[in-house]
Design a protein around this ligand. Sequence first.
Ligand code: BYC
Length: 332
Amino acid sequence: MYSTDLRTDKEKKSADQQILDDAELWNTFQARIDNGDTIEAKDAMPKKYRQTLIRQISQHAHSEIIGQLPEGNWVTRAPTLKRKLILLAKIQDEAGHGLYLYSAAETLGRSRDDMVADLLSGKAKYSTIFNYPTPSWADIGTIGWLVDGAAIVNQIPLCRCSYGPYARAMVRVCKEESFHQRQGYEIVTVLARGSAEQKAMAQDSLNRFWWPSLMMFGPSDGASTHSSQNMKWKIKRHSNDELRQRFIDATVPQAEFLGLTIPDPDLKWNEERSSYDHGDIDWDEFWAVIKDGGICGKDRIRARRAAAKDGIWVRAAAEAYAAKQSAKERVA
Ligand code: BYC
């Protein structure tokens, strides 16, 4: 998602005028939000509310779909049949999340085809975490533990997001992510309690995924362009830094329990805040991965383009079948 700005040139030119035109709508809409109302697809809403939701929800959907790729890397090499089955089921869940989210975004008036076209053209953003490689089996555990773990912290508040279709989609997504997080932590537990080599593999994976996982929460509050308006609209309930801190505080004891070390020499418990202080996040790396795709960005888009091409006949067959069915129904 996505695009930074979904407006056409004409829409951009008239944006200021549009905001003035919508002043009354903005006020009544804000009153509904302040009152705790849920906004539904057919309700009147400011154009910017619609646009920011399309941006965020489609970005989220793309992340679920692209997020299948790093894990897909291990389907053929999972260490046991049981691990393979669990991994396949998890990856299938992520496809389902993408489906709910594209459907939620479609209720706002943008077609799934258009959103996917933005992803395939490289115009749309998706979470930077999925542009990191998964060279070891431990990475599958770490993704469940840290990436799904971070996703839960970020997404539980989204279950109370002001936009009904997004909030409702999040309820099921969060339930499934909870299961994913536990299966990931279980894989890491087995490795951390295994041989010295297995424990080293788990530690190496944690070293590579810790900082990128913290980046999943978005830029620090001072650099977050959308937070302030999105909090007013109750799309976001907490700031990026608040959620990141919540994730750190929950995850550090989990690492300690396994005898693993968080790769942050500045990490220390702050008694006064009842929270962990942590070292600086490398925001240059974050913005560089957004801009250039990091290590795997090109491969990820190449894989999605190939899937879109290989799936043309499937979509054509489904459409032909649907057309035949509706023709039959009309006759009946
Ligand atoms: N990666 O103003 P900000 C999963 C962009 S999938 C890339 O703070 P906002 C899973 C942001 O888009 C989990 N870009 O934005 C799947 C904006 O750029 P634009 C995915 C990022 O929206 C498979 C700019 O930076 N979760 O769990 O207020 C397997 C400024 O940011 C990132 C979601 O998508 C990033 N990490 O807050 C396993 C959750 N962060 O659009 C697991 C839903 C920021 O202006 N999304 N940017 O060009 C959100 O909650 C919010 O969109 C964010 C960012 C907290 C991510």
